[in-house]
Design a protein around this ligand. Sequence first.
Ligand code: C5P
Length: 227
Amino acid sequence: ENKITIAIDGYSSTGKSTVAKQLAAALGYVYVDTGAMYRAVTLYLMRKMLVSETNFDKEAILRQLPFINISFVFNKELGYGEVHLNGENVEKEIRRLEVSQQVSKVAAISDVRKMLVKIQKKIGENKAVVMDGRDIGTVVFPQADLKLFMTASTEKRAQRRYDELKARGDVIAYEEVLENVKERDYLDTTRADSPLIKAEDAVEIDNSEMTLDNQFQKVLKLAKDKI
Ligand code: C5P
């Protein structure tokens, strides 16, 4: 059996990670959430007070990069790796809206991208991987065997993210989540280095009106056709 590389890119909160996890589980592949890596770097910089609503000290940020270690530790129960920042499991903390509000600024820094893309390429070097993010099919694995580009209406995406945060017990307003989704779309598609863009050979999936199972059956077939 042929092992393949699957790249899943798309806008914020399009359900990339949900479909990526399902695919990885069905195929017995490794799932890699690259957004979690950018979020973990952002969390580190926020704790150091170098990134906030009012502060963005690029020189100081660059000086901190050698001290940031991002890794994945496999969680048997979940069936995939959880992101660790200098040995600390930060899966829960990185999903907070405060981190979402800063991450796209950090992700626009080329040195940050270089550092993380290197790790991503290494994890995927033996294929059998499903990786989701913004630049996987364009920069990390331009030779990926299957590329998916996920979209959904802005309101649908904000509603899903809001429901998720609410379910975790976070106190937030829908309007704030919607604002953040729009802001990240803008920053992620307009940055100079590795902007979010659909790779020419990517299959676009608009899941605004799709059920999860519907979507899963569709992508599983696309994957199986390549294996
Ligand atoms: O996927 P998620 O929404 O968790 O990603 C958080 C942010 O990390 C994105 O809005 C984007 O700014 C950045 N990111 C990126 N490249 C990736 C993955 C995420 O720039 N491959």
